[in-house]
Design a protein around this ligand. Sequence first.
Ligand SMILES: NC(=O)c1ccc[n+]([C@@H]2O[C@H](COP(=O)([O-])OP(=O)(O)OC[C@H]3O[C@@H](n4cnc5c(N)ncnc54)[C@H](OP(=O)(O)O)[C@@H]3O)[C@@H](O)[C@H]2O)c1
Length: 242
Amino acid sequence: MRRWALVIGASGDIGAAVAAQLAADGWSLYLHYHKNAQRVATACAELAAAYPKQDFLSLQYDLTDGGHLDELVGQLFAVDAVIFAAGQTYYHLFKATTQAELSALAAVHLLTPMALVAKLQDKLAVSGHGRVIFIGSVYGGSGSAMEVAYSTVKGGQSAFVHAYAKEVASLGITANVVAPGAVATKMNRSFDAATLSAVEADIPAGRFAKPADVRYFVRMLLDPAADYLTGQTLYVTGGWLQ
Ligand SMILES: NC(=O)c1ccc[n+]([C@@H]2O[C@H](COP(=O)([O-])OP(=O)(O)OC[C@H]3O[C@@H](n4cnc5c(N)ncnc54)[C@H](OP(=O)(O)O)[C@@H]3O)[C@@H](O)[C@H]2O)c1
């Protein structure tokens, strides 16, 4: 039977890696993007050529918007899994954080995803093995100076799945967070080489994660045999900060 996953942030580095793996595993995909239409259009074309029996559809949505979710969900057929791999951060002291930054972080990482999950619940329940997966962050557990607001919303993702998992376990839906440490993606490109080297030196595994290190655990959670793991935050950090 055809399985459908919605990858929120499929135009990002972790989301793109997840989408490529799921396509190889036989999933049909809704690939969401915000601004990078080109990356998702290219991925849809390449995946359709490689896996002609599956479907690959693109979706544009700004998670800071929070409205029009019924229109978004109305574009979807079945949804067996939703993976939230979108996000941004701001790097400065908390006292310099603006109201606009707080609102954007809350909307993108937490509030709009929560509202979307509520609207997807009936579709996920039909699946029998429905999956809600957030790409969280080790900072959601440990906290980080200079990224206080980001750490807070990442912790909120974990708090959400811990509670929501209990409400939907009887529907066959699991909800979990895969929480990476530092991943080599474009999200970290604004840091200079010295800062990146200092972080790397602090990671017991001796290197940044690759997107593939993160998607491995997403894939594991999507397996129907993973039905009994729910409400958890899996820290994928190379031993960093935990
Ligand atoms: N990289 C790390 O070190 C790291 C560590 C821990 C956790 N994470 C988490 O992993 C997730 C993926 O990050 P990444 O490293 O893959 O980052 P990335 O390559 O920069 O991708 C970010 C993604 O978020 C989307 N996005 C940003 N703002 C959006 C908005 N307003 N509405 C909708 N989508 C929006 C982007 O869409 P467009 O490109 O289409 O605009 C893109 O798909 C994030 O939740 C991040 O917090 C990352």
